[in-house]
Design a protein around this ligand. Structure first.
Ligand SMILES: Cc1cc2nc3c(=O)[nH]c(=O)nc-3n(C[C@H](O)[C@H](O)[C@H](O)COP(=O)(O)OP(=O)(O)OC[C@H]3O[C@@H](n4cnc5c(N)ncnc54)[C@H](O)[C@@H]3O)c2cc1C
Length: 507
């Protein structure tokens, strides 16, 4: 073991971020190299919202050794194939951003190129008609993707919708069973080495003292280490993403359980609907410059599909990120590192990236400089790419019915997004990134769903006759319908899973 490996890693905060970090560190790094201690305070509590996720969480759970069936049961999870956006480009519009491809390449070119040409000729359906997960959402079906990569039914992914208050306790059991220790208390003083500025000791309100070599700040919006002690500063992106408040409420279930999250645009924000096994999660995310709290609460309650199960809970946030995610011997993970509103369910994913990126750089060198610079650049890029993708949802609108929509439609946008949109409009090509969360199908779903259509398609398609393209499109639709016909509905799938879990407990 190198001398500089930090042995004692202290995680401050026991929300989703803190327990994800602790569980990953003890599951992936050898115990002889690290001791993990997590400090949390029941008096402060966790934010406890954050119910929709992205498919990458499956990989995280798998890597740290979590059994999927146990996880689904413990968190009352349902399956998620994408997000349905309602009223975004125009009131009455709907589209799904699915976890999966549209169609399949035609003549070696991305499917949407052929689709654009056939659409211009008035000979195609909606782009979603050529996506298996979009059609599964429409039919309320679910099955895991096929293992055989040549099977059309292998070409999609899935994520989870889960009870956010249950994931952290589930991870806690997992982490403690693998050697993480937990300390109850509130950190009220942070001691730093005068020579290096590194944190080395934390005082708790109950008189305990915790020493460490490396620290994870998972204290949520407070940023107790990264901001209150290390003062790294915050980059505020509210001018691009003006929503800054949310009001959340659970409601009774009504009807079959959809295998997708819904985001319905309102006059000054939007409302989520996240179906769980036992209830539905709802929240109205809004911009306080364009509406007031009472009106926002009323919009939420007026648009519930079942009776409210609790009093609505208000939350406030500032969209943006820490100027440095890693400073001295401390990294900020989860809400402590920054927050982008939950429109594309990216927060837990950014938490996952922050943790896995640290683990990839481990063991770190003495002064952390090389790792810190690379880490800060990497996480900043991830945040910026998610930011641009979120801005697209607001900016690419034709709505003129409120001051909020007029603002986001006409506001200046980051150059990185403006260039990407111009390329798509002109050529139908989606700029490719080497890194970054959202790939071509995601950008396509939102461009086309928000009525951003390319002016041209790939000229190589012009040598193919309409009839041949038509046949290819029809063949794809037939593959999709055949695959769907074999799938159970989502509730049946969940019930089978519960029966299997019950059987394995008793047998
Ligand atoms: C409105 C809204 C909707 C969201 N929806 C989604 C979604 O759909 N999908 C998604 O991926 N994410 C979503 N998120 C984000 C998600 O909630 C968070 O990423 C996730 O809960 C992680 O939070 P956290 O652990 O960073 O912070 P928290 O849950 O706030 O936990 C902070 C922890 O720090 C501890 N703490 C704080 N100060 C101290 C101190 N001084 N001493 C000791 N301990 C301390 C607290 O006790 C607590 O344990 C949403 C967030 C909001 C605001």
């Amino acid at each position: 073991m190198g001398q500089d490996v930090p042995r004692r890693i202290v995680v401050v905060g026991g929300g989703t971020a803190g327990w994800m970090a602790a569980a990953a560190l003890v599951s992936v790094l050898p115990a002889r190299r690290v001791q993990v201690t997590l400090i949390e305070s029941e008096a402060i509590g966790i934010i406890g919202v954050g119910e929709a996720t992205l498919p990458h969480l499956r990989q995280f759970n798998e890597t740290i050794g979590i059994d999927e069936a146990e996880f689904l049961e413990a968190t009352s999870a349902t399956m998620k194939l994408g997000i349905e956006f309602v009223n975004w480009a125009r009131i009455g519009d709907r589209y799904v951003h699915p976890f999966g491809d549209f169609g399949a390449d035609i003549a070696g070119l991305p499917f949407h190129q052929a689709w654009s040409r056939m659409r211009a000729a008035g000979q195609s359906g909606e782009i979603g008609d050529y996506s298996l997960p979009v059609r599964m959402c429409a039919e309320n079906r679910f099955e895991r993707p096929a293992d055989d990569p040549t099977d059309f039914a292998s070409r999609f992914g899935y994520a989870y919708q889960f009870d956010a208050t249950r994931y952290a306790p589930f991870l806690r059991q997992h982490a403690e069973a693998r050697g993480a220790s937990r300390v109850e208390g509130i950190v009220n003083a942070v001691h730093r080495d005068p020579a290096t500025g590194n944190i080395h000791r934390l005082d708790l309100d109950n008189g305990q003292v915790v020493d460490g070599d490396f620290f994870f700040d998972c204290t949520g919006f407070r940023g107790v280490l990264i901001e209150q002690a290390l003062n790294v500063g915050y980059e505020d992106w509210s001018h691009w993403l003006p929503c800054n408040r949310a009001i959340a409420v659970p409601s009774e279930k009504s009807g079959p359980t959809p295998p997708y999250t819904r985001a319905t645009a309102h006059q000054a924000g939007w409302q989520w609907r996240i179906p769980l096994q036992h209830r539905t999660g709802n929240g109205h995310v809004y911009a306080s410059d364009f509406t007031d709290d009472d009106a926002a609460r009323q919009v939420l309650l007026d648009n519930l599909e079942g009776n409210a199960l609790a009093d609505p809970r208000p939350l406030r946030f500032t969209t943006g990120r820490r100027k440095q995610f890693w400073s001295h011997n401390c990294i900020s993970v989860g809400l402590a590192g920054g927050f982008l509103e939950p429109l594309e369910s990216t927060s837990i994913h950014l938490t996952q990236i922050a943790i896995t990126q640290f683990i990839e750089l481990f063991p770190v060198t003495g002064d952390y400089k090389l790792e810190r610079d690379s880490y800060n650049a990497h996480i900043a890029r991830e945040f910026e790419r998610v930011r641009d993708f979120l801005i697209l949802h607001y900016h690419a609108t034709e709505r003129t019915d409120s001051a909020f929509w007029n603002y986001v439609r006409t506001m200046p946008i980051p150059d990185s997004l403006a260039e990407k949109m111009a390329l798509f409009r002109e050529t139908g090509r989606v700029a490719r990134y080497q890194q970054g969360l959202f790939l071509e199908p995601s950008w396509l779903a939102v461009y086309l769903g928000q009525r951003v259509h390319p002016n041209h398609w790939d000229g190589r398609l012009d040598v193919i006759a309409d009839a041949a393209l038509d046949q290819s499109l029809n063949a794809i639709q037939s593959d999709i319908e055949r695959a769907i016909a074999r799938m159970p509905d989502h509730d049946t799938w969940l019930a089978r899973l519960a029966t299997r879990a019950e059987d394995s407990r008793h047998g």
